[in-house]
Design a protein around this ligand. Structure first.
Ligand SMILES: C[S@@+](CC[C@H](N)C(=O)[O-])C[C@H]1O[C@@H](n2cnc3c(N)ncnc32)[C@H](O)[C@@H]1O
Length: 232
């Protein structure tokens, strides 16, 4: 992002603790900020992720890094049996989805292999220390022919849009986030997109993990991306 200086990101050995503490801090204001900062588009993105699973009603779907529960809520609304996993106690305390919740690291899920029909993960991939490990953990717990849907921040393809999006993320988001919640957190969140490999690489990582049909769909003109895959 030429001309925009990102804040320093935590080193791998301190990242998990720093991210957990940050989400505990912003938990009470997290949902409100999401709606404001995405102009409400995040609601449709989560709905699209859940619809993309296309599993039978009653299917068991794990929401990895469920946070305050927006995806758990969408899963239940779609007729799935949702359960959420997150390590931040503060985020879980604000999760009013009614789904069963487990406080755990999504890199070491306390779930037996092949026991869920699907998994979703919203805007958390860039927060984990090991993206390949996270995808491998999803592959471990999802049964054969089960489905996953992973939402993340994206990057618009068109140059002008990409520049505008970068300015918004790195200049506007920290100001609004600072005024309404926590400036350090809302500087980290856009900057942490640099942890994400390009879409093609993410698809290859998913294929390697056990989702050979992995594909990435751009949402909101590329502002978000949705990674989809079937466990084989
Ligand atoms: C940006 S929030 C997303 C919350 C929710 N998925 C959503 O769509 O709004 C990221 C969440 O990931 C959680 N998280 C990050 N790394 C994690 C890990 N290794 N294990 C469990 N939770 C993690 C954080 O605690 C936080 O609740």
């Amino acid at each position: 992002m030429a001309g925009l200086t990102p804040p320093p990101l935590p080193a791998p050995d301190t990242k998990a603790r720093a991210v957990e503490a940050m989400f505990d801090r912003i938990a009470p204001r997290y949902d409100r900020l999401n709606r404001i900062l995405t102009f409400g588009l995040d609601v449709g993105w989560r709905r699209r992720a859940v619809a993309s699973l296309a599993l039978p009603r009653g299917a068991r779907v794990l929401d990895l890094a469920c946070g305050t529960g927006d995806l758990c809520r969408e899963l239940s609304r779609a007729g799935y049996r949702a359960a959420g996993v997150d390590y931040a106690a503060g985020m879980l305390a604000h999760n009013r989805s009614g789904a069963p919740l487990i406080r755990a690291d999504i890199l070491a899920l306390p779930v037996a292999a092949g026991t869920v029909d699907g998994a979703v993960c919203g805007f958390a991939l860039r927060n984990v220390v090991d993206i390949a490990g996270c995808l491998a953990e999803m592959a471990r717990v999802v049964r054969r022919d089960g489905r996953i849907a992973v939402l993340e921040v994206g990057e618009p393809h068109r140059a002008l849009l990409r520049r505008g999006h970068a300015l918004y993320l790195h200049r506007v988001v920290p100001v609004i986030g600072g005024l309404l919640a926590d400036r350090a957190a809302y500087r980290y969140l856009p900057a942490s997109t640099s942890y994400l490999p390009p879409a093609g690489e993410l698809e290859a990582m998913m294929a390697e993990a056990g989702f050979p049909d992995a594909r990435c769909v751009a949402l909101g003109a590329g502002a978000a991306q949705l990674l989809l895959g079937t466990r084989r």
